[in-house]
Design a protein around this ligand. Sequence first.
Ligand SMILES: Cc1cc2nc3c(=O)[nH]c(=O)nc-3n(C[C@H](O)[C@H](O)[C@H](O)COP(=O)(O)O)c2cc1C
Length: 186
Amino acid sequence: MTTADWLRSLPALTGQAPPLGAGLPAEPHALFLAWLRQAVDAGVAEPHAATLATIDPDGLPDARTLILKDVDARGWAFAGRRSSRKGAQLAVHPVAALDFWWQPLVRAVRVRGAVREASPAESAADLTARFAVAREGIDDWVRWWIEPQRVEFWQGSPDRRHHRIVYLRTSDERGADRWIRSEERG
Ligand SMILES: Cc1cc2nc3c(=O)[nH]c(=O)nc-3n(C[C@H](O)[C@H](O)[C@H](O)COP(=O)(O)O)c2cc1C
């Protein structure tokens, strides 16, 4: 069997999609928190782990796994060392994407947008909240916020008629932030 045949033989999208429920919230962080809660209730292992993609100074993408630190109307927060590869990349290109995959629920969430560094006090509080052993020797811990421009909620379906709910940030005539929501199937 070739590697390609072997990969094709592995099952994919084998989870059980929960019903979407009636009515969608106006803001993506509210839907994200509802989905995250459902993932926790369904026993998804470490549902707050995600893949963070950034861009290096040459324009090449990079990605790694990390833990989500907070979510609210401001966006999605993560943390790490300023001296890390991601820290150097974010200093040059303050943009990122975050991807969650909750296999048992056949659900994925994608978030992309500009990245803003939290205040020094918020970063210090994030470090303080870590286990003592994880704090040892760390003096350059930073919390960052992704301020999303686009958030996509993907609900897989066994018949491959997948459902996508997309929130796009725009501004109204007075310049205030507003979310436009659309849905696609197929
Ligand atoms: C489940 C899991 C959680 C992780 N959580 C974090 C985290 O919250 N912050 C972090 O900087 N690295 C975390 N890491 C390590 C990163 O994947 C990565 O190795 C590290 O941040 C260095 O990445 P960089 O060289 O791209 O900066 C985690 C790794 C795994 C597998």
